[in-house]
Design a protein around this ligand. Structure first.
Ligand SMILES: [Zn+2]
Ligand SMILES: [Zn+2]
Length: 338
């Protein structure tokens, strides 16, 4: 190949622009939705599952990787509901709508956690706070995540102060002026309240530093999240003995097919450089299976799906992980209750 672009010419921007085009490569994506179990639960299914729920529940709000709008799967976000309190992890585009779809009242929202500062994890953080406030979110809500989360929160509040003030005056509400933020820069305890103990570790997601994985130990259930990371021993260690591990997942053959298609269309990207970049930042599904086995978790949830193309069947996602992990494997769907 005579492509003269350098590996360093491969930017995250080109990658993301590419992922945006991915559904076009799969021309039959829409038809294939019917063949799979679909990328999403209906809000009614979610509400029904939560209504009958006993103990702590996890709802996958958005299960797609990358800041790409217009897909059937939303960008990454989750909510855990325990003892009537809601804990949100990551705020990709769609988090507010999906949260509302669960039927969990905004008054239940207690804490928000961010794994790292990529748009598909943080872009709707501010809007969740403001719409949440309009809808009854307590002013005591707290946020946790890597620096500069404090600055980002303050800047957002400043940007929307006038809008908040108009609304507060109109509806006689106490204005949302400030949110308490604790910045998390490394491994260790994050917070503890009457429901849950939360801890974090550092993961590998260059050039993002710090990028975090979190573990939530509720009284009845522990749930670990890899965040975005290359395969990492530390994630298996963190998730040791957890009930649920939600791990980011990349299906390499589909990523390869996609980038080959892009190169054929004349995109100035080198195949090897592109895949090296993906492998430095994300975890192939086989490795996700290995990590889950090593951690000895009960349930593995494949999420943050790369590429988030609906025509990839659940069996295709599951099989490479199942070679190594013999517990329950769930292919993440938006609004699914775990
Ligand atoms: Zn991501
Ligand atoms: Zn990321």
């Amino acid at each position: 190949m005579t492509d003269t672009s350098s590996p360093s010419g491969l930017s995250r921007r080109s990658l993301l622009a590419g992922l945006a085009a991915a559904p076009i490569i799969s021309a039959s994506a829409e038809q294939s939705v019917a063949q799979t179990a679909g990328p999403s639960w209906t809000p009614q299914q979610t509400k029904d599952a939560l209504k009958d729920a006993k103990g702590t529940k996890l709802v996958l709000l958005g299960t797609a990787a990358g800041p790409v709008p217009g897909r059937s799967r939303a960008m990454t976000s989750h909510v855990m509901l325990s003892n009537g309190a809601a804990y949100v992890l990551d705020c990709g585009l769609g988090v507010t709508d999906r949260f509302a779809n669960t039927g969990i009242p905004f008054s239940a929202l207690r804490s928000i956690f961010i794994t790292h500062h990529h748009f598909d994890h943080n872009v709707e953080y501010g809007p969740l706070l403001s719409i949440g406030w309009v809808q009854g979110m307590p002013l005591s809500v707290r946020s946790f995540g890597p620096p500069p989360l404090k600055q980002m929160t303050d800047d957002f509040m400043r940007a929307y102060k006038q809008t908040v003030d108009f609304w507060a005056e109109d509806f006689h509400m106490k204005p949302l002026t400030k949110v308490e933020v604790k910045e998390i820069s490394g491994a260790g305890p994050v917070m503890q309240d009457d429901n849950v103990k939360v801890s974090s570790i550092l993961v590998e997601h260059p050039p993002v530093k710090p990028a975090l994985a979190y573990r939530f130990d509720f009284k009845d259930r522990s749930i670990a999240f890899s965040g975005d990371t290359a395969p990492l021993e530390a994630v298996a260690k963190m998730a040791k003995g957890a009930d649920v591990l939600v791990h980011e997942t990349m299906y390499v053959p589909a990523v390869e097919k996609y980038i080959k298609g892009q190169i054929a269309l004349g995109r100035p990207v080198k195949f090897e450089a592109f895949m090296a970049h993906m492998n430095a930042d994300h975890t192939p599904v086989e490795d996700v299976g290995r990590i889950a086995a090593e951690a000895g978790v009960k349930t593995l949830v494949l999420s943050h799906l790369t590429p988030a193309i609906d025509s990839i069947t659940d069996d295709t996602w599951r099989a490479p992980a199942a070679k190594y992990f013999k517990g329950e494997i769930i292919v993440g769907k938006d609004l699914m209750v775990v």
